[in-house]
Design a protein around this ligand. Structure first.
Ligand code: PGA
Length: 279
């Protein structure tokens, strides 16, 4: 009898603590990222010039994702420069190794100095037929091997116009994070209609969508979701960076076109570095 009272009290205390925790906004300490996605652009000589010229800034986490053939040269160039720049891949395979012609494994990426990997970019969804199930396999493989996945989600223009944005993002998030319990992920909200078009989302609408994304992340991962960095992507540049930077749920940007040249990329990095300092 005594023992069962003890268990009863223990359970009561445990339930009370978990109830309180789930209602609490855990103190967040989110990292700010400025990430460059070079897509299928740049050669060795251009990469050398870029890393020579880029100033970078230690107040934000700067990540460059070059095409696969440039990963190792980029790793060496970054090391040589001594600048605070991390390396990421634009894609990865879900298997450990084996007969997968043309693919790259997570251990290969780690071997050439990668710490991050972009997964589920809309161009891979569109041109390489990647779906949420495949994205999920890649996310799990990245997490298993210690790479940080940068998971891209976003609605098409048609979906936006038919007011499907929230439904699409919810499906993509639940799909990408199925059976995932780690919050060691980065989410990039990239509306497809804004990528490479010069038609960036307004900072207000991006903020609203980011807040929605965070609410979905909380449903999936619980209170720890408050620590996940959510980046905006889609025609982000030096001129609009400051608008995104001040938004409470926008923790940085994923940049395509404006990341190809050191000067424009540094411009964006500086905006977010200043924002970090004034927080
Ligand atoms: P963009 O590309 O900045 O050229 O629009 C962003 C991305 O696709 O990540």
């Amino acid at each position: 009898m005594e023992q069962s009272i003890e268990i009863y009290i223990k359970n009561l205390v445990r339930d009370a603590i978990s109830h309180t925790l789930s209602g609490l906004e855990l103190q967040h300490d989110r990292k700010t990222y400025v990430i460059g996605n070079w897509k299928m652009n740049n050669m060795v000589a251009e990469a050398a010039e870029f890393f020579h010229d880029l100033k970078s800034n230690k107040n934000v986490s700067v990540v460059i994702c070059p095409p696969t053939q440039l990963l190792y040269p980029a790793h060496l160039l970054i090391k040589q420069s001594g600048k605070p720049i991390a390396l990421g891949s634009q894609n990865v395979h879900w298997a450990d190794q084996g007969a997968y012609t043309g693919e790259t494994s997570t251990s290969m990426l780690l071997d050439v100095g990668c710490e991050y990997v972009i997964i589920g970019h809309s161009e891979r969804r569109q041109y390489a037929g990647e779906d949420d199930q495949l994205v999920n396999k890649k996310v799990k493989q990245a997490l298993k091997t210690g790479l940080t996945p940068i998971i891209c989600i976003g609605e098409t223009l048609e979906e936006k116009n038919s007011r499907q944005t929230e439904r699409v993002l919810t499906t993509q998030l639940f799909g990408a994070l199925k059976d995932v319990s780690s919050s060691e992920v980065i989410i990039a909200y990239e509306p497809v209609w804004a990528i490479g078009t010069g038609q960036s989302a307004t900072a207000d609408s991006a903020q609203q969508t980011h807040a929605y994304i965070r609410s979905v992340l909380k449903q999936i991962l619980g209170p720890q979701a408050v620590g996940i960095s959510i980046l905006y992507g889609g025609s982000a540049n030096e001129s609009n960076a400051a608008d995104y930077c001040v938004m409470p749920d926008i923790d940085g940007v994923l940049v395509g076109g404006a990341s190809l040249k050191a000067q424009s990329f540094d411009g964006i990095i500086n905006v977010f570095a200043k924002g970090e300092k004034s927080k």
